[in-house]
Design a protein around this ligand. Sequence first.
Ligand code: ZN
Length: 334
Amino acid sequence: MPLILHRDGVLSAYEAAVTRGWVIPAFGVENLTTIEAVLAATRDCGQRVGRADLPVILALTNLYEHRTQSRYYTHTRRWDVGMKLFLADVAVLTAADSPFADLSVMIHLDHIQPDLDADLLTWDMGQFSSIMFDASKLPLEENMEATARFVREHGDRIVIEGACDEIVDATGDEISVLTTPERAEEFVGRTGVDLIVANLGTEHRASAADLWYHGDLARQIKEVVGRKLVLHGTSSVPNDQIGRLFDDGICKVNIWTALERDSSPALLEQMVRHASKVGGPQMAQRLNDDRLLGNGALLADPFHLDFFTTAYRQGIVFEEMKRVVTRYLGLWYG
Ligand SMILES: [Zn+2]
């Protein structure tokens, strides 16, 4: 199935997911390795559950202060270059001759900022499946006005997700107030967005303590606005809290931090274990002398092509990210 970009097609994919009891995952991707890990895990999951056309969303932020993902996509650190490379990579990986051609892939612009991302917002929105228009830095009244304006201007082309509350950012300075059903109803009524991000107790800081996903609150919001909820900050809560998201009215769930956080340890371990093949015996001996390595690490074996390449390092990250994605897919696709 080709990339699903048209608004009607995207809405159809969400409707189909509802009839099957699925929550559609949106994985943050800021490099090709992550994209391939997400697509490979989704394809394998589709084979397991007997559906080759499983939906999956590839998401990336632009100049969102917490994480400027289009910039990280390229070592030029230019967002426009990164965004074009992302679109080009996804086009190749979803083309008819791609190994992932059967999947229902959508691409999502995440946390797009009305001010910082003004240039990106002049691009053709038809290149993307959906956008989170994130005006949550503004006071709520202004947020609703700006979001409503964006929906009037672009709502016929692209599925729009609004942020109906203050979202606590990476600095953690703001006070987190859970979204009430009344506020969610007002936000949807006044802006006309397709989807909303409510504050349900999760955060964007995966390390923060005492986070709790409030499924009861999500269900109350679903009662008044319907099945429009998007959950962000999913990496910050244990998986046992998020296995029943469909019942709570969540239709899309965003995950990024866990992919990076949980693949980095695997890379560290593998490189330490194979130290001399990765860095050469001299370096391994030096690290050992500095007591950074121990008896378990290879110290004397020579440099080895299978271990000192970028492909080796990315391969470890790819396999581990694939495992993380597979775990999440198991929660929502069975
Ligand atoms: Zn988010």
